[in-house]
Structure formats: structure tokens, C-alpha cells
Design a protein around this ligand. Structure first.
Ligand code: 47U
Length: 330
């Protein structure tokens, strides 16, 4: 089988939300598909109402196929400081027309302020590796791990776009969605992430700098987080760009358009180029002259993060069968 689903960007492309149907009859929630984590958790009837702010709720009591996993709990914290926790059900979960009849659905009984204030985000659907799942006493498989063997090919693809809806495909590669070859690189899943190594980068029209950048392909992270040395080089090319200690981030003039940023993939010379305009995020001054930078340092994380800023410049194949990533321009 194969499937596909549209995913829509929130403002400034900070996240992409995808309709997912849970339970019988189906309860449609809009989830943040996140290749950087492996829990499927949702706002629910068990989320204290003072922590709910417009989100849709999964109500297991209204699903004839919901089964409570007694004594099972989960608790997750993300690198940006956000967190959530709760209890666990098993229920039917349909994404892109593909149904897993017995998927662990983690109902939140606690969510941090970042999630409460994100009104359109009803939860996360992790597409990392199962080893990252936080359910106790027994870790649960992701939706993709559960559907994989039904798929024509054990893969899914991400085609995120700047300021417009994109697509997640399951089980097949849409040749019309990319331009030129797909370059594949091996993935090291030992830390549960889609971890790969880029052999280099280029700033604007500059020459490729050969250096290894080890990072994760993470649809659930907004920005491109890179080694500080590279980030300093990038913003040094932009008059007026500066590190804003108050924001704890690099900022740059909202105009003119900043230089493109390219990263290499594989040993066949494939390069993904991020247009400079993708690097301009929200204006941080009321007079709107300085903008938040889409490239920031990965300091303290231990690896780089190829988040949405990078992913929306590419067609990306997440190959669960061969544990590899495919990158193509589009
Ligand atoms: C790992 C990491 N360190 N730091 C500073 C950041 C921003 C990350 C990535 C991260 O937190 N991503 C995320 C957040 C919420 C939901 C899903 N993904």
C-alpha cells in the first residue's frame, strides 16, 4: 500500500500540521509530524482544561476501539525546553489513508506552556526510531514502524514548502516532486534520530568548504542549527547582522535578502541550496528592521539539526528499510 497527506505550515513556517484520524469513529487532530522524536502524543480529555487553549482533544471514552494500557505512562522533554507527559491508550490511527489498528496513543495529562500557547497544534506524531519512545514500562513503536511492512516500500518522504502546504508520502517516491537525482547517505540510528553527515557547505556563491557536519533530519524543529564556526561565517557576510544576547540568537536586517546557504549531500557532488529568504524569520523590532535568523548555532546539543529551514529546500526520503536518507532538489 501507499499513502499521502497534505501538511500545512503555521505562521512563519514554525511548524507544519497534518490531519490524523484517531479512534472509532475517527477523531481528526492536527499533529506536528516530528522525525526528531518517537512519541505519538495528543491533547486529550485527560488534559487539565487550564492547560488547553483551543486545541482539539482525543477523547478515548468516545472511541469504541480505544483500550487503556493500565499502568503505562510517558514523559518527554524536547531540546527547546518544552515537555509533556501522561497515560497511554491503544487505538486505531489513520494518516494519509493508511491505518494502524493498534497504535500507542499517548494522552497528555500535563503539557508545558509552549504547547498550551500553540493553539493549532493538537500533539506530535514522532517518526524517529522507536528506541527514543518514552513509554514506561515498555517502549512503543512509532506509527511508521507499525505500518512499514504494509507499504510497497519501507520509506516515507517529506516535501515541506515555504509558506504553502507540502506533502508527506508513504511507501513510494513521487518522481514529479523532485528535480534531478536523489542522493542517498547512510543513517546512524544508534541515538534514535535520523543522523547523517554532510561533507560540506557553501555560503552564497562561494566555494564549497569541505568539513563534516553531523546532524539529524528533524521535521519537528523550525530552524537550521549548525556548528557555531559555520554560523559565524554565514552572518559575517551580512552587513548589520549581529548576535543579539537578549534574544540569545543571531539577528539580521530584514532586507536585503541574505545570501543563500548550501549543504553538500553524499559523494556525488549533490548540493541542497537554501534560498536566502528562508533565513529571514519574524521581525524582532517593532520598527521591523531586524529579523530573527533561520540559521542558529547548535551549541550544547551535541549534533546539528537540519530542521524545516533546510528540509523545505529539498525533497527528502526517509528510508526505514535501508536506514538511509535521500536528498534531492525540487
Ligand atoms: C534538540 C534541540 N536542542 N535545541 C536547543 C533545540 C531547539 C532542539 C530541537 C527541539 O527541541 N525540537 C523540538 C521541540 C519541540 C517539539 C519537537 N521538536
Amino acid at each position: 500500500s501507499t499513502g499521502n497527506e497534505v501538511t500545512k505550515p503555521e505562521s512563519y513556517d514554525v511548524e507544519y500540521l497534518t490531519p490524523v484520524s484517531i479512534g472509532t469513529p475517527g477523531q481528526v487532530l492536527h499533529l506536528d509530524i516530528d522525525t526528531g522524536s518517537s512519541d505519538l502524543w495528543v491533547f486529550s480529555s485527560e488534559t487539565p482544561s487550564n492547560l488547553v487553549n483551543g486545541q482539539s482533544l482525543y477523547e478515548p471514552a468516545k472511541s469504541s476501539t480505544a483500550q487503556k494500557l493500565e499502568g503505562y505512562t510517558w514523559k518527554i522533554s524536547y531540546g527547546d525546553g518544552s515537555s509533556s507527559s501522561g497515560v497511554v491508550y491503544r487505538d486505531s490511527v489513520t494518516l494519509g489513508g493508511l491505518t494502524v489498528s493498534s497504535q500507542a496513543v499517548e494522552a497528555a495529562t500535563q503539557v508545558s506552556e509552549e504547547f498550551t500557547s500553540d493553539s493549532n497544534n493538537d500533539g506530535l506524531l514522532g517518526l524517529g526510531f522507536g528506541s527514543l519512545n518514552t513509554v514506561q514500562p515498555k517502549g512503543q513503536k512509532t506509527w511508521f514502524e507499525n505500518i512499514m511492512q504494509e507499504l510497497d516500500s519501507p520509506i516515507f518522504t517529506a516535501d515541506l514548502k515555504a509558506g504553502e502546504p507540502g506533502t508527506y508520502n508513504f511507501g513510494y517516491i513521487d518522481k514529479n516532486a523532485h528535480i534531478g537525482n536523489i542522493s542517498y547517505v547512510s543513517v546512524n540510528d544508534s541515538n534514535g534520530y535520523w543522523t547523517w553527515t554532510s561533507p560540506g557547505y557553501a555560503i552564497g556563491t562561494g566555494a564549497l568548504v569541505s568539513t563534516q557536519i553531523m546532524g539529524i533530519a528533524d521535521t519537528g524543529t523550525t530552524l537550521l542549527l549548525l556548528p557555531s564556526t559555520i554560523v559565524v561565517m554565514y552572518y559575517a557576510q551580512i552587513p548589520g547582522a549581529l548576535y543579539d544576547a537578549t534574544q540569545g540568537a543571531y539577528t539580521l536586517p530584514c532586507s536585503p535578502t541574505p545570501p543563500d546557504f548550501s549543504f553538500a549531500v553524499g559523494d556525488d557532488g549533490q548540493v541542497i541550496t537554501i534560498p536566502g529568504e528562508y533565513i529571514l524569520y519574524a521581525a524582532i523590532t517593532s520598527i521591523g528592521t531586524m529579523c530573527f535568523g533561520g540559521i542558529q548555532a547548535d551549541s550544547g546539543i551535541g549534533f546539528s539539526i537540519f530542521g524545516d529551514v533546510a528540509l523545505k529546500a529539498a525533497f527528502v526520503v526517509f528510508d526505514g528499510g535501508k536506514k538511509r536518507l535521500g536528498w534531492a532538489s525540487k
